[in-house]
Design a protein around this ligand. Structure first.
Ligand code: ATP
Length: 630
């Protein structure tokens, strides 16, 4: 028989316990601990006591305190972290408050809570695609509202060949550090290896549970279950999501599994997006790093060599030659096809010489009308011819102390060749209409894309002038003879085009390969034009091999059309192919080509048909980059 005193004492103790637990609840609420958690812990304790029939003060109070203290300890830890107070805490606080206002004094309705958690998880993805924010909040929701605690996401570290914890909720730093598994090791490793879900009813009886991450003593007494789910991204297992579950929760295990599966699927989605973004960023960074390195290299060399890009043997030989003679007065004759960089070399020579602070004057001998040429070169006195209203110095005088660059010197009329020779020999000139000899100190650099020796042989160029100019001949190689220079030149032109058109284009290795393999006829300008076109047409920053193929294909088509035009010369059929790289000026090209065709390649007659002087025709041929190949 029970003593009434004992029964009475028991009632008092029970009341005291409720009061104690309520006080705890109030205290924790005052301290800012999440109200829902405290409420859940409290509800759990009340239920336990009811189920166990009569009050067992030590056991249920112990449960209650253990749960509340444990939650409190972990929340305090989280609350200390910056992230909690800036991102997660306000979010959970507001949702918990909302839930609390509905449910604070009633028995927890789990299906409603599950629905709420599911909704919140989906909302998280909409809020941010940042995996750190979304995943931590999901784990937080699982723990706070469903009691699925110590959520941890392991990801496979390919370098270490280990699964390591990347995101977690409710684990301290030591626990995170300990949570490392080899594939196949423990439950986590096995789920990773098999790609199958593991549901552990009781971790204490599971031989594969290694209790490595979470020390068993830190978990509540009683049965603890565990879910471990593979995270599958694009068909590959990338990691494992694990959570602990107290068996004491009064709802089916399968309900929680549904929610954890949803979280695993959302995490996989987030990682897929992260992977895609990282891949893009990595590709872009790698391309930019290569480009940066190349540009730095090119810049260094450019600064050294006056902007000349060229690593090939032929380019380096030409560079060596101009560097050697830069500081002398020796006349340099630059020989090379159109667009091989003759002007660039002439300028570099000037800049490398001690004349660099004096003028560099360029005269295009092929572009100046014959009747104006002498005055252009040597100047004129007032009234020396109609229209000479004032005295004007010529280009020789302009270049005094510096460099005079005579481009297309092979086009110089014979009469002027004599006068030029005289000026070179005597280092003095006479203006048109003037009597006075004017001394000039000019260094001559001449250039031509024509075969001067052949012109001498045919009587169109004076031999003595040829010797005078040909002191230091420098042969500039055509692009086809220096494929090694193409990558550096291409990058240089990409950078120029990016500056001009405000773009950020880069060439993929495949695109560069296409440019290297293209049979460039010789003109660097053609390479530059194509790169400019590629930069302008590019729909995305990376120019792919297919983009280059497309542009080169159209280039080939233009070449083919122009090459098929043959020119017959008299009764002897001389076949010449005509090419250009300026498709945009096709009409004019066609007119010139058909005039040349009609006249059997005779430029003087073609010029008459076109209403041009021979000099003008030669100039148009040059500007339009029409090359007559025998
Ligand atoms: N080695 C090089 N490095 C960098 N750019 C180059 C190089 N060679 C040529 N270029 C560029 O190619 C274009 C043509 O060069 P340039 O005008 O010097 O050739 P050119 O032989 O004088 O041509 P033309 O005979 O038609 O007058 C220019 O834009 C020039 O900057």
């Amino acid at each position: 028989m029970t003593c009434p005193c004992f029964f009475f004492l028991g009632q008092i103790l029970m009341e005291l316990c409720f009061c104690y637990a309520s006080l705890w609840r109030i205290k924790l609420l005052q301290q800012g601990v999440c109200a829902k958690t405290v409420h859940m812990a409290h509800a759990y304790c009340s239920k336990t006591s009811k189920q166990e029939g009569k009050p067992q003060l030590g056991t249920w109070q112990g449960h209650c305190l253990h749960n509340v203290r444990d939650v409190d300890k972990r929340l305090s830890m989280e609350m200390k972290s910056k992230e909690f107070s800036t991102g997660i805490r306000p979010y959970l606080h507001s949702t918990a408050q909302a839930e609390l206002s509905k449910n604070v004094h009633g028995i927890v309705d789990w299906s409603e809570t599950q629905l709420f958690v599911t909704r919140e998880i989906s909302k998280l993805i909409g809020k941010s695609l940042d995996p750190a924010f979304a995943i931590r909040n999901m784990l937080h929701l699982l723990s706070e509202f469903l009691g699925l605690n110590r959520g941890r996401l392991f990801l496979f570290d390919a370098q270490k060949q280990r699964l390591v914890i990347r995101y977690s909720y409710g684990l301290d730093e030591e626990e995170i550090k300990r949570g490392v598994f080899r594939p196949g090791e423990g439950i986590t490793g096995k789920v990773f290896q098999s790609g199958e879900v593991a549901i552990i009813q009781d971790i204490d009886t599971e031989p594969n549970y290694l209790a490595r991450t979470v020390d068993r003593d830190t978990l509540p007494k009683g049965t603890i279950s565990m879910f471990a789910l593979p995270i599958i991204v694009n068909g590959t297992v990338r990691g494992v999501l694990a959570v602990n579950r107290f068996r004491g929760l009064h709802r089916p295990l399968s309900d929680d599994l549904v929610t954890v599966r949803l979280v695993a699927a959302q995490i996989a989605q987030l990682l897929r997006i992260e992977h895609l973004v990282n891949e893009q960023v990595e590709r872009r960074t790698a391309a930019l790093t290569v480009e940066n390195r190349e540009l730095k290299k090119a810049l260094g060399k450019q600064a050294q060599h006056g902007g000349i890009i060229g690593e090939s043997v032929a380019s380096r030989a030409a560079l060596r030659q101009i560097t050697q003679v830069a500081n002398t007065v020796a006349t340099v004759l630059l020989l090379g096809e159109s667009g091989t960089g003759k002007e660039l070399f002439a300028r570099a020579l000037h800049m490398a010489s001690d004349r660099r602070d004096a003028p560099f004057i360029k005269v295009n001998c092929g572009a100046i009308p014959e009747n104006l040429f002498e005055s252009e070169l040597f100047g004129h006195e007032k009234g020396s011819f109609t229209g000479a209203h004032a005295a004007k110095p010529g280009r020789f005088e302009d270049a005094d102390g510096g460099t005079l660059f005579l481009d297309e010197v092979g086009d110089l009329p014979l009469l002027l060749q004599v006068k030029l020779l005289r000026a070179l020999q005597e280092q003095q000139i006479q203006r048109v209409g003037g009597r006075k000899e004017i001394p000039v100190n000019v260094r001559i650099v001449a250039a031509t894309n024509r075969d001067l020796q052949q012109l001498v042989a045919s009587g169109r160029f004076r031999l003595d002038l040829f010797y005078r100019l040909n002191v230091v001949p420098v042969k500039l190689p055509a692009l086809r003879a220096r494929a090694e220079d193409i990558p550096a030149l291409a990058r240089h032109f990409i950078s120029l085009a990016n500056d001009t058109f405000q773009r950020h284009a880069t060439l993929t290795p495949g695109a560069m390969e296409q440019l290297i393999r293209f049979p460039w006829p010789g003109n660097i300008r053609q390479l530059q034009n194509i790169i400019e076109r590629l930069v302008l047409l590019a729909e995305q920053p990376e120019i792919e091999a297919a983009d280059v193929s497309r542009v080169l294909e159209s280039e080939r088509a233009v070449d083919a059309v122009l090459s098929s035009m043959t020119v017959a010369a008299g009764t002897n059929t001389v076949t010449r192919s005509v090419r250009t790289n300026q498709a945009v000026r096709g009409d004019e090209v066609e007119q010139i080509v058909s005039a040349l065709t009609e006249c059997g390649g005779n430029k003087s007659r073609a010029a008459q048909i076109l209403g041009l002087t021979l000099r003008q025709l030669n100039y148009r041929i040059k500007v339009l980059q029409i090359t007559l190949q025998s």
